[in-house]
Structures are given as structure tokens and as C-alpha cells.
Design a protein. Structure first.
Ligand SMILES: [Zn+2]
Length: 330
């Protein structure tokens, strides 16, 4: 281990128990890192509105600290020298929990209290295929109180050049409520794992659920391949992901995307700065400026989701995923 990384380590953990340790890290950093304390103070006064849309609801949060994330263009090729997730560039006060090939950090611009960033020790691009096991392992080792989230490199990751996940506490996002409504759930197939979609959400929401990690990984990779074909993208298709572990089962919520930003973001006159990433797709919409916070309504929100979500044709999907199961992903 290099000496710069060694100095960053608050604790090392490889076998679960991340729930308590992350809470300890947050408490420690609130004492030792004034900028984080200030960010958490600001978070307390964050304003929220609930908006009922056609069949679903969203929470709007006014959070001026997120302006950089909302406006990030995602295409700047910043090098290791300037990458803000490389451990050698972290603020001097920032410490982390070493977990396998990752370091778990407190997010300096939190959307919620206990908002963690899980950053690869190595500078490598944001791609999920190699790390799909990691999102499941993280959800297991963080335990049932947490969600592990992932933003695709071209649909919400504020740093697409450095592999990272985030973790937040459960109970923060509208989609968590909506997934509990049985009448919403439309099962596409069910054998040793289930794939289902949530109806009347104004955007496509798919969910994989099962116990067998090998099977989950295989079906997810096949689904990525289907999305790639559907969108004609050579690289990783646009997806936002949420994973959690509950009652001995893994859940993976998948938001397939057609675009990063809605039309309204780019309109010449009076744009609305909403830049959907996983938190927005899950129903919490972050606005950095007060005017956008006040003027968002059900019609604008439904239009935003319609612009950026990708509808996946269900006919033949089960067959195509099962068919590819004959060729396991190594
Ligand atoms: Zn980096």
C-alpha cells in the first residue's frame, strides 16, 4: 500500500460491519473536518416540496451545494493529477475506510446525512460490468439499512473517469415506498430470480431480485447487452442502479436511460437546471437554484422523465435473457 493511502485510513474492513463503521466515520469527520460539519449544518436547513404526479410522487430538494454536480459536463478529461476522487488529491482532513479495492469516504456535498462515496483505490473509468459483483457485496456488507447506488459514466456520474459507488441510508427515496405496492409490480419472469417492472412511474423502473449472485450477475450482464443493442451504443448503455439486501435476497433497481439531460435543461430561454442521476430517477429531484425549486411542477417533472428514460420492450425479453443464460458470463 502506498504511504499516501496509508495516511488516509480511518479503519480497514473486509467482512461486513460497514454500517456501524460508516456512522463512526461520519461522527469522526464531523469533529475533524470543519468543511464537512458546515455542509451537514447547511443540509439541516435544506427545503423540500412533495409533488404528486400521474401515478407517482417526487420530492424536490433545494440544495445549492450540488450546483457543481448538476452542471458537471462529464466530458472533461481530467488526469490523475487533477482527479478529485484519486486518494492523493483528497482534502487533507478526509479519511476513509479501506474495503477491498475501494476506500469509503464521507461525501463532501451530501444530499442526505450519512451520504458516503465509495471510490476505487485505482484511477480507472466508471463502468459497471466488471464491478457488478461489487455492488451486491457492498449491499450485503453494509447491511439492510443502506442503499448502494451507481451512476453510469454518461448519465449522472459527476466523475466519469474514476470508478465509484455511493451509499445512503434506506428510507430516503420515493421509489423505496413505491416498490412496496404490490399492485404496481408487474412480474416479467420468475424462476430462481425475478425480473419485474414498476407500473405508473412516469419512467422505466426495472428490478432484479434473487439470492444467487452468479445468476443475478449473469442476467444483469445480459440485460446490459440488450440495452446496448436497443440504444445502438458500443460502450456501456446508460443506466442508474440501486442495490440493497433484504430478507436474505439481493435487489437491483435499474433505471434504463435514453439521454442524460432533458430538453428543458438546454432550452435557450429560461432553462431549468435539473440533471437526472440515480437520486432523481429514484424520485428525489435536486435543484441548486431557488427559482427552479419553486417552479417545478407535475407537468415539468413528467416531461423530464419522459425525455431521459428508456422504455424497454418486454415482449421477448424473458426469452432473450434466458436464452443467453446458456452461455454463462465468466
Ligand atoms: Zn482518479
Amino acid at each position: 500500500m502506498d504511504r499516501i493511502l496509508e495516511k488516509r485510513i480511518f479503519a480497514e474492513k473486509n467482512d461486513g460491519g460497514l454500517d456501524a463503521l460508516c456512522r463512526d466515520l461520519v461522527s469522526y469527520q464531523l469533529q475533524s473536518w470543519p468543511a464537512l460539519k458546515h455542509a451537514y449544518e447547511q443540509l439541516k436547513s435544506t427545503k423540500k416540496r412533495v409533488i404528486n404526479c400521474n401515478g407517482f410522487f417526487v420530492i424536490i430538494q433545494h440544495n445549492p451545494r450540488r450546483v457543481k454536480n448538476i452542471m458537471a459536463d462529464g466530458v472533461n478529461h481530467f488526469s490523475i493529477e487533477s482527479c478529485f476522487l484519486c486518494h492523493k488529491n483528497l482534502p487533507s482532513e478526509q479519511m476513509g475506510i479501506l474495503w477491498k479495492e475501494y476506500i469509503i469516504l464521507t461525501n463532501p456535498s451530501p444530499i442526505f446525512p450519512n451520504h458516503m462515496t465509495i471510490s476505487s483505490i485505482d484511477h480507472r473509468p466508471q463502468r459497471i460490468e466488471r464491478d457488478i459483483k461489487t455492488i451486491f457485496w457492498l449491499s450485503l456488507e453494509f447491511g439492510p439499512n443502506w442503499l448502494i447506488i451507481y451512476n453510469g459514466h454518461n448519465c449522472g456520474a459527476s466523475n466519469p473517469h474514476h470508478m465509484h459507488f455511493q451509499a445512503i441510508l434506506r428510507g430516503s427515496l420515493p421509489v423505496e415506498e413505491e416498490i412496496k405496492h404490490k399492485e404496481r409490480v408487474y412480474v416479467i419472469f420468475h424462476n430462481n430470480l425475478s425480473l419485474f417492472k414498476l407500473k405508473d412511474m412516469g419512467r422505466e423502473v426495472l428490478c432484479l431480485k434473487g439470492k444467487d449472485l452468479v445468476e443475478l450477475e449473469r442476467v444483469f450482464i445480459n440485460l446490459l447487452f440488450q440495452l446496448k443493442t436497443l440504444t445502438n451504443i458500443d460502450d456501456e448503455p446508460m443506466v442508474n442502479l440501486i442495490s440493497f439486501f433484504e430478507n436474505d435476497e439481493f435487489f437491483l433497481i435499474i433505471f434504463p436511460r435514453s439521454r442524460h439531460r432533458p430538453n428543458i435543461f438546454y432550452r435557450k430561454e429560461d432553462p431549468v437546471y435539473v440533471s437526472p442521476a440515480v437520486i432523481e430517477m429514484a424520485g428525489t429531484i435536486i435543484t441548486a437554484n431557488k427559482r427552479d425549486f419553486e417552479r417545478l411542477n407535475d407537468i415539468i417533472i413528467e416531461k423530464i422523465y419522459n425525455d431521459v428514460s428508456l422504455e424497454v420492450p418486454l415482449e421477448g425479453l424473458a426469452e432473450s435473457l434466458e436464452c443467453i443464460e446458456l452461455f454463462p458470463v465468466s
